[in-house]
Design a binder for this molecule. Structure first.
Ligand SMILES: N=CN[C@@H](CCC(=O)O)C(=O)O
Ligand SMILES: [Zn+2]
Length: 422
């Protein structure tokens, strides 16, 4: 199977060498080829160049992209897309004045989603989750990290892992599973948190490792959830099974989770709505990707991650949706790219770098995803007619996507019958 896309107005994020990460000042650059073609065979980007060099190239499918842009699919490195039902009643409670913390303190929040998930069959959970995922493929996302964390029992966490495994096997999208082993303390363990941590380290992690689905471990390191010591205990237990940390830190309070993540060679530290100089200094000495989640800040009306401080310190940053039922019930990366510009004061170049190559890095897949590079996977967005890539974040809440190519397959996203499964 081969596809030739011709007359591309801007071929965005195009690299001759295999870029893995973009940091600091370099994030201001987004390499673009104007009036270009792109040639794909099977699932792989084979060649690209200016239209004058396209002569003689033949393909089974020809796409005329006159007036349109082509860029790598969004790489969403932080989602909780596998969940049951929703939490609209808490949404209304918050409108009426309760905080996220108030809701959690009265037994709602994550515990609410866990109860629903425990009562939901594996099949139903799979169907709810894959439907959400496919809606997002239509909006341009081609790679997703998916966390467990709404199980809160060994059995329900393993059910989540099995659902993620099935999505990974069946979807054309690239899936990176993460075991969010410690997301909240279940009501039964309220006065015996140590016992719950033992359950995680002695039962859940070994059983999850046996399933061999996830190579990443996550903990919600936060006041009222898991403190620094708990987090370290869990990261140590997971390290025995070679699970690398990707952790929730600094959402509401700074506990030292960034430094701890760096100490355990975290692939990413996510949220960072609160951040201090020690955190910046720790990140400077690391290979860890800071990840901002502007959809969560928007939905909960909490501070936005200080992305300028991070980038101006020479660091990289990725942006992701945090798609979940409690703090960010949207997985629309187009909105996240806009919010990064409007609220985090990132330039369009920085935001697109953060949503593509750096998002891929935060999932450990940037050698194959996140840029238009020969040999990388053909996961692409073909936009509606646009003059420039900066119109993507500018027209916030618009959908710039016209067609997608996912794992080398051209998809008609306007057709409700279109399928995105292998
Ligand atoms: N903060 C921890 N976990 C999710 C929210 C979970 C929920 O409220 O259901 C987050 O990343 O925001
Ligand atoms: Zn999250």
């Amino acid at each position: 199977m081969s596809i030739l896309i011709k007359n591309i107005k801007q071929l965005v994020q195009v690299y001759d060498h295999n870029v893995m990460i973009v940091k600091g000042e370099a994030m201001k650059t987004l390499p673009v080829l104007k009036n270009a073609y792109l040639y794909i065979e099977h699932d792989t980007i084979i060649e690209y160049g200016e239209m004058e060099y396209c002569e003689g190239i033949e393909a089974e499918t020809i796409v005329d992209a006159t007036g349109k842009l082509v860029l790598p699919s969004w790489c969403d490195s932080h989602t909780h897309i596998v969940y049951a039902g929703n939490r609209t009643s808490e949404f209304v409670d918050r409108i009426n004045g309760l905080s996220y913390e108030d809701i959690a303190n009265r037994g709602g929040g994550i515990l609410n989603s866990a109860k629903l998930l425990q009562e939901t069959s594996e099949e139903d959970l799979y169907n709810q989750s894959i439907n959400r995922l496919e809606e997002l493929i239509r909006m341009g996302t081609g790679a997703f990290e998916i966390k467990t964390g709404y199980g809160l029992t060994v059995e329900a966490e393993l059910k989540m892992l099995k659902v993620i495994k099935r999505i990974k096997q069946e979807s054309l999208a690239k899936i990176t599973p993460t075991l969010l082993a410690a997301h909240a303390i279940p009501a039964d363990y309220k006065t015996k948190k140590e016992d719950y941590i033992k359950l995680i380290t002695e039962k859940l992690i070994p059983k999850a490792a046996k399933l061999n689905v996830s190579h990443y471990i996550d903990v919600f390191c936060e006041e009222g959830y898991f403190d620094l010591e708990d987090t370290e205990t869990i990261l140590k237990a997971a390290a025995k099974y070679k699970m690398q940390p990707k952790i929730h830190v600094n959402q509401f309070n700074i506990l030292g989770g960034v430094g701890l993540g760096v100490k355990y060679n975290a692939l990413s530290v996510d949220h960072l709505e609160e951040l201090n100089n020690d955190d910046i200094e720790a990140l400077k000495k690391s290979e860890t990707m800071p990840v901002a989640l502007p959809g969560c800040s928007y939905f909960l009306s909490i501070p936005y991650t200080p992305a300028r401080q991070i980038i101006d310190a020479g660091l990289p940053i990725a942006i992701a949706t945090d798609y979940n039922p409690g703090s960010a019930p949207s997985g629309n990366m187009n909105f996240i790219v806009s919010a990064a510009c409007i609220k985090l004061k990132m330039t369009p170049e920085e935001a697109i770098n953060a949503a593509t190559i750096n998002g891929a890095y935060a999932m450990g897949i940037s050698s194959m995803y996140g840029s238009i590079t020969r040999g990388k996977k053909a996961n692409l967005i073909i936009t509606k007619p646009l003059n420039d890539y900066s119109e993507i974040p500018y027209a916030f809440a618009h959908n710039p996507v016209d067609q997608v190519i996912i794992n080398g397959q051209l998809k008609d996203i306007k057709n409700p019958e279109e399928n995105f499964r292998i």
